[in-house]
Design a protein around this ligand. Sequence first.
Ligand SMILES: [Zn+2]
Length: 199
Amino acid sequence: MRITDCALLHLQLSEPAEWSNDEARILRWHKDKHRLDAHWGLSDLGRSRLQIAHVQSWPVIKEFSRHFPLLIAERRFHALANIVLLCPEAHDLYDGTGLIGTSTMLAASALMWERPEALDPLKIFLQTTINAPGGHQTENTNVLHAADILTRAHSAEVDHFLDPWEQRLRDAQRAIDRDEATSIHPGDRAIFAMPRFKL
Ligand SMILES: [Zn+2]
């Protein structure tokens, strides 16, 4: 995945109103830092240093998901909504410091996926996830989320990706019902192997 800017850059500082003063100050410092980078011709260097960050940390997600199989926590941790590309300074200011709020970072992540640069990475993700051969695990939550962003924010056509995938899930469910679980696509086995819950 390669999206070309620090995700925090695209937040509008005039909103949302609930930012604390400290947070607003830090976000302004961060924006000025990028402005100075641009002034001195260092923006490309900055982009080459982008890091993948998680909005919610692994311990937080694990605790939040403690009543579910571990697979659920893993999928929440790797969910598109939990991923954000940051410059190293923004990453340091966020991770474990509490200086920038989780809701601010969630908003930055959502904006990042809606930007034009995200169109190709999202399409490639859908294509490779759905067509992946062998044991590559299909991540259903992210498949749906990527399809939703592509449709809603990028006006992209996704039916040709989703139709074969939905058919595969129907086939998998049929195999479960007939107790022929070995015929499930290897990428879907993790989901169907989870214990069933009493609702
Ligand atoms: Zn940044």
